[in-house]
Design a binder for this molecule. Structure first.
Ligand code: NAP
Length: 266
């Protein structure tokens, strides 16, 4: 079988550079290009701190997609850029594997429709860490018995979107099994705006941003006389790379968009 030809967008980022290191170790993946908004025309190896790949860097994603023979685009950039890249990749028949978070529901619906129209596989996963996917699944299970739940997510302070994609996805999974319910006292009032966190179908999501953190989440269930806490910590970005690797392999077998790593785990 031929190697899978991969483009990485965001190669200098914390996740993107980790993805390059993962591809470097993988015999079955070839890095064929990178997309960045700096260093146009340089080889990846010429950029300080990046692995010694001969692949070229493109500032223009369309030029990259038109001139490079690629199977997969791995996007690890920012919400607006990632959305644009995913759309263009689908239009050019290159399968997106997207870790970038912060897409709106409308954007996700539009991308799902486009993938189906074009018959091009895509994976969008707000969390590539297998432990985090299990945390979300266990939370969905627990919510059947504990409908009162609050989500506390903690991330490094350079994160652009809040709440995290994982927190939103967790809330959506819980919503599937939990009857819609506004939690807390019916007359509760915030004396400082935002004190009770963001509201998703009556459950609260709290976002903590501090230097030193990577990606952490607690899902706290409350009931009379007992609490249940389901917690996951990513201490290093390497924790996401087995999910990126799995998604690159699986997206080659898909002809539609799959949202969430749990939907491609065996
Ligand atoms: P980061 O370190 O800020 O990396 C983002 C990279 O994208 C930066 O190198 C940035 O360059 C680059 N960039 C900005 N505009 C670009 C453009 N037009 N074309 C190409 N590259 C561009 O962020 P990160 O921590 O790696 O996270 C990246 C994304 O992944 C975020 O959305 C984050 O929430 C998400 N994430 C997902 C997972 C998961 O498991 N799915 C896990 C962690 C993070 P400059 O710095 O020069 O602007």
């Amino acid at each position: 079988m031929n190697n899978i030809k991969v483009i990485v967008a965001g190669p200098r980022g914390r996740m993107g550079s980790e993805a390059l290191r993962m591809i470097e170790k993988e015999d079955t993946f070839d890095l064929v290009a990178c997309v960045d908004h700096k260093y146009n025309g340089l080889r990846v190896s010429e950029v300080e701190g990046l692995p010694a790949f001969e692949a070229f860097i493109f500032e223009d994603i369309e030029e990259c997609l038109q001139t490079t023979d690629a199977d997969v685009l791995v996007d690890l950039t920012t919400p607006e850029v990632g959305y644009k890249h995913t759309k263009l990749a689908l239009q050019h028949g290159v399968r997106p594997v997207v870790g970038t978070t912060g897409f709106t529901t409308e954007q996700l619906d539009e991308l799902k429709q486009l993938a189906e129209e074009k018959g091009v596989g895509a994976v969008i996963a707000p969390n590539f860490a297998v432990g985090a996917v299990l945390m979300m699944q266990f939370s969905k299970w627990a919510a059947k018995y504990f409908p009162d739940v609050e989500i506390i997510e903690r991330h490094h302070d350079q994160k652009l979107d809040a709440p995290s994609g994982t927190a939103v996805k967790t809330a959506e999974l819980i919503q599937e099994v939990r009857e819609s319910k506004k939690q807390g006292h019916p007359d509760e009032k915030e004396t400082i705006e935002g004190a009770r966190g963001a509201d998703h179908d009556g459950m609260k999501i709290h976002s903590v941003r501090l230097p030193g953190l990577v990606a952490h989440q607690e899902v706290v269930f409350g009931s009379s006389g007992q609490n249940l806490t389901i917690k996951h910590d990513s201490f290093h970005r390497e924790s996401f790379m087995s999910g990126v690797k799995l998604s690159i392999n699986q997206v080659m077998k898909l002809n539609l968009l799959v949202y969430g790593l749990e939907n491609i785990l065996e």
